[in-house]
Design a protein. Sequence first.
Length: 50
Amino acid sequence: MQAVEEKRHAKLQIKQKAQQLLKEGFKADIAKLDSWLHLPKLITRYKSQG
């Protein structure tokens, strides 16, 4: 009985860790996108291309 409970707990911990990693990755990607879309940077890139 204890082994089943330990296995269930281990699965739960893995799911929680995966959820946390996905959340952190998503936040990092959003921060990169936000930085890339920052208007002064876009203007600078646009001017340097033309």
